[in-house]
Design a binder for this molecule. Structure first.
Ligand SMILES: [Zn+2]
Length: 304
C-alpha cells in the first residue's frame, strides 16, 4: 500500500526558476491530500503528470501568500473540469471567508462542488482529520502569524493472514477479516486455533510530518517522534541567522537539531530562500546534527 509524497514546490516566499512556492501532493493508501498550495500549484500538478481531481483533502499551514495563493486557481480549474465531488479544506479560520468572498466577488458564479471547511488553531495540537486509513494532527508552529504543521499518521494496520492457513485449518472465507483483526478460530470439533498460528504481525503504520513555516521550536519534537519522514523548513543557513530570527524561519541546523531530537528516520529540507544559489551550505550545516538528510527538489517523490 502506498504512502507517497510528491514535492510540487519547495521554494521560499519568492518563486525561482527551479523552485515553486510550497505545495506537496500526499497519497496515503489512495487518498490524495494536498499540503499547502502556493501560487502555480495547479501548473506543477500538470507538469509532473499528476491528477488534481483525485485530491480530496487540502491542508493549509498558514495564510502567508506563498502557502495558499494557488488555491483559488486550483479550485476554479477543478470546477471547470466538471467536479461535483466535495473538497475538504483544513486551515486557518479566515480561509473560508477569504475563498467565499473571492468566488462571490469574482465573475465566477460559484463552484459546482461543495467545500467543507475544518478550522485549525495554533494553540494546541489536535486531530483535525481522521478516516479509516489515517489521521492528521495539527501542531502549533512558531511563525509571524498563526501557523500549524501537520502529522499524517496511518491507522494501525490489520494482522496479515497466512494464505495457507485457510486450507490447513478449513477456515471459511467470511471469517478471514475477523482473524486479521485478532480473532481466534474455532473448528467444527471445538478445537481453538490461536490467532498467531494464522497471522503475521501487521505492516508498521507509517507517519509523515510537515513542519513549515517555523522558527526553531523544541515543543514540535514530542509530536513527531519516530516519524518515517520529516519535512522541515530551512529557509536560511547560519550566516543569515539574524534574518531567520526576524522572519521566524529556521536554519538548516535548527531543522537538523529537531530531527535528531525527534529521532526521525529521515529529514527532508525545503523552503529555501531565493537568495541561495545552491544548497551545499544547507547539507553541510544540517549533517553536523543529523546524517540522513535530503535536499528537496520540485518534482521529487518521497516513498515511505
Ligand atoms: Zn510564512
Amino acid at each position: 500500500v502506498k504512502f507517497e509524497i510528491n514535492i510540487l514546490g519547495c521554494g521560499g516566499a519568492m518563486p525561482t526558476r527551479h523552485r515553486n512556492p510550497s505545495a506537496q501532493l500526499i497519497n496515503i493508501q489512495e487518498h490524495y491530500c494536498l499540503m499547502d498550495c502556493g501560487e502555480g500549484t495547479q501548473m506543477q500538478i500538470r507538469r509532473f503528470g499528476l491528477r488534481m481531481q483525485r485530491i480530496e483533502t487540502i491542508f493549509i499551514s498558514h495564510l502567508h501568500g506563498d502557502h495558499y495563493l494557488g488555491l483559488p486557481g486550483l479550485l476554479q480549474t477543478m470546477h471547470l473540469l466538471g467536479r461535483t465531488k466535495e473538497v475538504t479544506v483544513v486551515g486557518p479560520p479566515q480561509l473560508e471567508q477569504l475563498l467565499t468572498d473571492h468566488f462571490k466577488l469574482a465573475s465566477t458564479k460559484g463552484l459546482r462542488f461543495p467545500i467543507q471547511y475544518i478550522k485549525t488553531q495554533a494553540k494546541t495540537a489536535e486531530v483535525v482529520f481522521e478516516n479509516k486509513k489515517f489521521s492528521v494532527t495539527s501542531v502549533p508552529l512558531k511563525h509571524k502569524i498563526a501557523t500549524t504543521g501537520f502529522v499524517f499518521r496511518e491507522q494501525e494496520k490489520p494482522r496479515r493472514f497466512i494464505p495457507s492457513a485457510a486450507e490447513e485449518f478449513s477456515i471459511p472465507y467470511y471469517r478471514i477479516d475477523g482473524i486479521k483483526n485478532g480473532d481466534d478460530f474455532i473448528q467444527e470439533d471445538g478445537t481453538v486455533i490461536p490467532n498467531k498460528e494464522m497471522t503475521l504481525d501487521p505492516e508498521p503504520a507509517l507517519a509523515y510530518a510537515y513542519m513549515s513555516d517555523t522558527a526553531y521550536k523544541e515543543s514540535i519534537v514530542e509530536h513527531i517522534t519516530g516519524v518515517n519522514a520529516l519535512y522541515h523548513e530551512a529557509s536560511f543557513t547560519e550566516e543569515n541567522r539574524k534574518r531567520a530570527k526576524e522572519t521566524f524561519h529556521s536554519t538548516a541546523s535548527d531543522a537538523a537539531k529537531i530531527a535528531a531530537m525527534a529521532k526521525v528516520k529521515h529529514l527532508y529540507l525545503g523552503h529555501f530562500s531565493a537568495r541561495y544559489k545552491n544548497t551545499d551550505g544547507f547539507v553541510a550545516e544540517g549533517r553536523v546534527h543529523f546524517e540522513d538528510l535530503t535536499i528537496c527538489e520540485d518534482g521529487m517523490t518521497i516513498t515511505l
